[in-house]
Design a binder for this molecule. Structure first.
Ligand code: CS2
Length: 487
C-alpha cells in the first residue's frame, strides 16, 4: 500500500471546543446553561450566518434565547449539525478572514420526520419568539394573500395537526398555546420581502380564519408580526469552505457557513412576549422600517438579480467576476444611481449615495465566490419584489424604464437557455417555465409567452410601455449581450 494515510480528524462538538486554536472565536457563554426561547423555521445558511449570530451574541447577555432550528423538509442540516451538538463554524470573509464557532443552536430538528417534537417546541411557553427564513416561495402567497390553491396549504388545512408549510406550523403552534392558556409567541419574518411582517400576518390570518375564526380573532388581537430587513451576502457552502475550515480548526465541521463582514438587521420593535436584547448586539430597532426594506430590496437584491441573469448570459461565474466586467459593472451602477434610486422614498438617516457605493464595494469583494447561478434561483419569485415594483414606479413618474427592463429580458433568455440545454431550473414554477423556455425561439415574440405568467408579472403584463421595453431588451440580447448593456 502506498499513498498518504487519510488523517482522521475529530468532529467539532462541545467536547472539542476547548482545544480549538485560539484564533477561532468561541461562544462567550456557558453552552450548558442556555435555554431554548426561539424556534427558527428554515435552518439554511442565511439564518446560520445572520440571525443566529446576533442571537449568539445575545446569549452572552441573557441565556434564555437559544434557538431550536427547524428544517421543514430536508434533513441534511439536522443530520450534519446534531452530531456536533448544534455547533458550526461561521467564516467571515473580508480582507482579514475570521472564523467563529456559533453556539446559539441548542436544538436542530427536521419537521418532516420529527413532527411531534417541532409542535411540542412551538407549544412550549419558554419559546417566546418564532423567526423564519423560508424564502419568498415559503409564504405561499398569491399577490398579497394566502394562496388557498397551494398544495401545501390545501394539505395543512385538511390536516392542521400535521402541517408541512411554515404558515401551517405557525398556526398549529399558536392554536396549541391558546388551548393551553399560554401567551403566544412573536412571529418575526427574516425574508427578503417588502413588508414581510405584514404579509406574513395576513397569510397566517387567512389560514386561521379558514380553520377557526375564533383562533384568527385571538391571533389578530394578541400576536405581533414585526417587519424586519435582513442583509448579509451569504454564498452557499462549498467544499473549498469545508476544507479551509477543517484545516484551520484541525477538526471536521460537516456544514460551516460563510458570509461577508457586512451584516445588518433592522427590526420593528413590536414583540408580544419579550425579546432578546437585540439593541445591545447591533440590531437596529425601529418603529418604521418600510423605507429601509425597500431601499435594500431595490438597491441590493434588484441589482444582484440583474448581475446574475446578465452575467450568466455573458458567461461569467461569480458576482465579483461580473463586477470586473467593465460593461456590466457600469450598467449596474447606472441602474442603481439613475433608475432605482429616484424611485425610493429615502428613510431619514440613510445616505443613498454612500449606501449605493457600499453595496458596489460589497459586490466587488474578491474574498467570496458568490455564484451568479445561486442568485438566479427562484427568479419567478424574486423579480416581482426586486425589479417589477421599481419599473412600475419609474413608469408612473414618467422616467425611462429600458435599463430596468433589461434584466427581466435577460431572465427570459436564461430560462430559454436552461430549457434548451436540458438544465433543470431551481424555481417553484420550474415546470411552466421549462415549457415556455422549450417553446421559445429566440425571437422577440417569446416575450409574450412569458408575460402570461400572471403570478410573476401581474398588472405589468397589461402595461404596453413595460411590455415594449422588455421586448426591446429581449431583442437586443438576442443580437449581442455586450452591446445590450452598453446603453
Ligand atoms: C441574493 C440575496 O441570492 C440572492 O438572491 O440577492 O441572498 C442577497 O445576497 C441577500 O439578500 C443579501 O442580504
Amino acid at each position: 500500500m502506498t499513498g498518504p494515510t487519510p488523517v482522521s480528524r475529530p468532529r467539532l462538538s462541545d467536547a472539542t471546543l476547548a482545544t480549538l486554536p485560539s484564533a477561532v472565536a468561541r461562544p462567550a457563554y456557558e453552552r450548558a446553561a442556555i435555554r431554548i426561547g426561539i424556534v427558527h423555521l428554515g435552518a439554511g445558511a442565511f439564518h446560520r450566518a445572520h440571525q443566529a449570530v446576533y442571537f449568539d451574541d445575545a446569549l452572552a447577555l441573557d441565556p434564555d434565547w437559544a434557538v431550536c432550528a427547524v428544517s421543514l423538509r430536508n434533513p441534511d442540516v439536522r443530520d450534519a449539525l446534531r452530531p456536533q451538538g448544534g455547533l458550526y463554524t461561521l467564516a467571515i470573509l473580508g480582507q482579514m478572514p475570521q472564523l467563529r464557532i456559533v453556539g446559539a443552536l441548542r436544538g436542530v430538528l427536521c419537521a418532516r420526520d420529527e413532527a411531534a417534537a417541532v409542535l411540542a417546541r412551538l407549544a412550549d411557553p419558554a419559546v417566546r419568539l418564532v423567526t423564519l427564513t423560508v424564502t419568498e416561495k415559503g409564504y405561499c402567497l398569491v399577490g398579497d394573500r394566502l394562496d388557498f390553491a397551494h398544495p401545501d396549504i390545501v394539505h395543512d388545512l385538511a390536516t392542521p395537526d400535521a402541517p408541512v408549510s411554515a404558515i401551517g406550523h405557525i398556526v398549529a403552534g399558536l392554536a396549541r398555546r391558546r388551548a393551553a392558556g399560554h401567551a403566544p409567541y412573536t412571529v418575526l419574518s427574516c425574508d427578503n420581502l417588502a413588508d414581510n411582517g405584514v404579509r406574513l400576518r395576513r397569510a397566517v390570518l387567512d389560514f386561521a380564519q379558514r380553520l377557526d375564526p375564533a383562533l384568527a380573532d385571538w391571533i389578530a388581537a394578541e400576536v405581533a408580526f414585526p417587519r424586519s430587513m435582513v442583509d448579509s451576502i451569504t454564498p452557499a457552502t462549498d467544499d473549498a469552505l469545508r476544507n479551509r475550515v477543517a484545516d484551520a480548526l484541525g477538526e471536521d465541521d460537516a456544514w460551516p457557513v460563510q458570509r461577508e463582514p457586512y451584516t445588518q438587521w433592522v427590526v420593528e420593535d413590536r414583540f408580544c412576549n419579550g425579546r432578546p436584547p437585540l439593541e445591545r448586539v447591533g440590531v437596529t430597532l425601529s418603529d418604521d422600517i418600510a423605507g429601509f426594506d425597500r431601499a435594500k430590496l431595490r438597491l441590493l437584491n434588484g441589482p444582484h438579480s440583474a448581475l446574475a441573469y446578465l452575467g450568466l448570459l455573458l458567461g461569467l461565474e461569480t458576482v465579483a467576476d461580473a463586477m470586473r466586467h467593465p460593461g456590466l459593472a457600469a450598467f449596474v451602477e447606472r441602474l442603481m444611481r439613475e433608475d432605482i434610486a429616484p424611485t425610493l422614498d429615502v428613510p431619514v438617516g440613510l445616505d443613498l449615495d454612500a449606501y449605493i457605493g457600499a453595496i458596489l464595494d460589497r459586490f466587488r469583494n474578491p474574498a467570496i465566490a458568490h455564484r451568479l447561478a445561486q442568485i438566479a434561483w427562484d427568479g419567478s419569485q424574486k423579480l416581482p419584489v426586486r425589479l417589477l415594483g421599481t419599473i412600475r414606479d419609474a413608469l408612473a413618474a414618467g422616467r425611462p424604464i429600458d435599463r430596468l427592463c433589461l434584466p427581466i429580458a435577460a431572465w427570459m433568455h436564461f430560462v430559454r437557455r436552461q430549457a434548451r440545454d436540458g438544465v433543470a431550473l431551481v424555481d417553484p414554477m420550474a415546470d411552466s417555465l421549462a415549457k415556455i423556455g422549450r417553446e421559445a425561439t429566440g425571437e422577440a415574440e417569446d416575450v409574450a409567452r412569458f408575460l402570461v405568467l400572471r403570478e410573476v408579472f401581474g398588472e405589468a403584463a397589461g402595461e404596453a410601455a413595460i411590455v415594449d421595453a422588455i421586448a426591446r431588451g429581449y431583442a437586443a440580447l438576442c443580437r449581442q449581450s455586450e452591446s445590450a448593456i452598453a446603453s
